[in-house]
Design a protein. Structure first.
Length: 513
């Protein structure tokens, strides 16, 4: 009866431990298009920003949401409507394989924390030991009874089913170090997940601005072709009236052919940039989706934030820096883990079971055989102390490896910080130059427009040549192209600066420039 009660107590304790393990949950994003923190902008856009890391010695410890089942995101494209940049980014965040892959890695890292947590609970196992045995023992003679010496032999089999439980009580820091590694890895995976979304926003925005510039170039070249055809009609009319010669008509046809060639090149570029935009969104290049034009918004004359202040604030927000910092912490804990493997382990162990078997006994001093068929219960409980003594230098080598990995991770962090600072400087400089180019393109466009209108009026009155009109029109179109490209480049540079500073966190940011 005592043995049965002991068994029931062990089973109940293990069931409670399993229940605790099932209830323990760790947190990550609920689906591939939702941030780990459930933050949203005023328009409802998911915001993938990161809280500033307080100091290199403290964990950011972001508030994470509980895991849920992945959500399916069917993408229905309406071919009749035009999608804005914010809507294109939203589609990309829901369709890009990169966002789902980063989300799966974050979930896997969160499960690693569960694995380590399970080591703090009792471990229950069912064991069955079965096998045969043969035992021989020499027996000396007994003169008083008239029995000589001989051999007693027992041959048979034995089956021992048992239920065992082991609860690790002390390991002197091994599990704590493993938990720190798992938690830092989970933090790094969640930060990398946010960083993946920021990169998707950046890539879609860059592709969108390039496509907008290419589409504007196609529109300008279409107008250039219409103007060339108009000039050809004027030249042919003047020839019929005797006011022009055949050379002017030939020149007009040459201008028309060149305009047609430029339009063809522009259309091919528009197709390439549109395909690049679809690729950045994770869609097929043949997807029937219409893209809204880049609206003509006012750009600032200069970047309002000083560069030094921008760098100082931004380095605490960049996902790659935060990820590298988490990896540094994880590698430092790896050193502690390897060091803890040289320390003892103390565990509470208990086992209950039943011994069943049959043995045949034979004694060379007597004739015949006897058999023994007996089953009995057994139980044991105690404390197990384990101390590693010799492993051929494995722990010493692993500790050296762990220290080298920690040093390499620290150097990687320094390098990533330096690269990030340089990227911010480059993006800041690019935005300055793009703004200056856009500002300078205004007077150039005005001058080109005035020159063309003057030349066209002079030509209609026979005061200049068709070649001069053509050159002024080419210069005007070139000025228009420069302004459109500078306009798109300024938005692209602003996007690059926001990405470099860790501020490109949601689909609304590119529309705010």
């Amino acid at each position: 009866m005592g043995i049965e009660l002991h068994r029931m107590a062990l089973v109940a304790a293990c069931a409670m431990a399993v229940g605790c393990t099932q209830q323990a949950t760790h947190m990550t994003s609920p689906d591939p298009s939702t941030p780990v923190e459930t933050a949203r902008t005023e328009t409802g856009a998911s915001d993938f920003s990161l809280p500033a890391d307080p100091s290199p010695s403290e964990d950011p410890a972001p508030a994470l949401v509980r895991r849920q089942q992945p959500t399916e995101w069917p993408i229905d494209i309406d071919p009749e409507r035009s999608y804005t940049l914010a809507e294109l980014i939203d589609i990309a965040q829901r369709t890009k394989p990169a966002t789902r892959a980063a989300w799966l890695r974050a979930r896997e890292a969160a499960l690693s924390v569960d694995v380590v947590e399970s080591t703090y609970l009792p471990q229950l196992s069912a064991n069955v030991l079965a096998g045969g045995a043969r035992m021989s023992q020499f027996e000396s003679d007994i003169p008083e009874l008239g029995i000589g010496s001989g051999t007693l032999t027992a041959t048979g089999y034995q089956v021992v089913p048992s239920l065992a439980v082991e609860w690790l009580l002390f390991d002197f820091g091994r599990r704590d170090a493993a938990m720190e590694i798992a938690e830092q890895t989970a933090i790094a995976s969640n930060i990398a997940f946010h960083g993946t979304h920021q990169r998707v926003i950046f890539e879609v925005s860059q592709a969108y601005f390039q496509f907008s510039a290419a589409r504007a170039e196609t529109h300008i070249d279409q107008e250039r072709l219409e103007d060339a055809r108009t000039l050809l009609r004027v030249a042919e009319g003047r020839l019929e009236e005797g006011l022009a010669i055949n050379v002017e008509v030939a020149q007009a046809r040459q201008i028309e052919a060149r305009a047609q060639f430029d339009l063809t090149v522009a259309e091919r570029r528009e197709e390439r940039t549109r395909s690049a935009l679809m690729h950045a969104m994770g869609l097929s290049s043949t997807t029937p989706i219409r893209v809204a034009d880049l609206t003509d918004r006012q750009l600032p004359a200069e970047v309002p934030i000083p560069l030094d202040e921008l760098i100082e604030v931004s380095l605490t927000r960049r996902p790659d820096i935060r990820t590298a910092l988490a990896r540094v912490r994880a590698t430092r804990s790896e050193v502690d883990l390897v060091a803890a493997e040289s320390r003892p382990r103390i565990a509470a162990v208990a086992e209950v079971g039943r011994v069943m078997g049959r043995f045949n006994l034979s004694d060379s001093r007597f004739g015949g055989q006897a058999s023994m068929n007996r089953a009995y219960d057994e139980g044991v409980a105690g404390i197990l102390f384990t101390m590693p003594l010799f492993d051929g230098g494995r722990r010493r080598t692993r500790e050296a490896q762990a220290r080298l990995q920690a040093e390499a991770a620290e150097e990687d962090l320094v390098e990533i910080r330096n690269v990030a600072a340089q990227e911010i400087v480059d993006a800041y400089s690019l935005l300055h130059s793009s703004l200056a180019a856009y500002t300078a393109s205004g007077p150039l466009l005005d001058a080109g427009q005035e020159t063309y209108e003057t030349a066209l009026g002079l030509y209609e009155n026979g005061l200049t040549t068709l070649a001069e009109v053509s050159q002024s029109k080419i210069a005007l179109n070139d000025a228009r192209l420069l302004r459109e490209q500078a306009f798109a480049d300024t938005f692209a540079a602003a996007t690059a600066l926001a990405f470099a500073t860790g501020q490109l966190t949601n689909r609304d940011v590119p529309a705010e420039f």
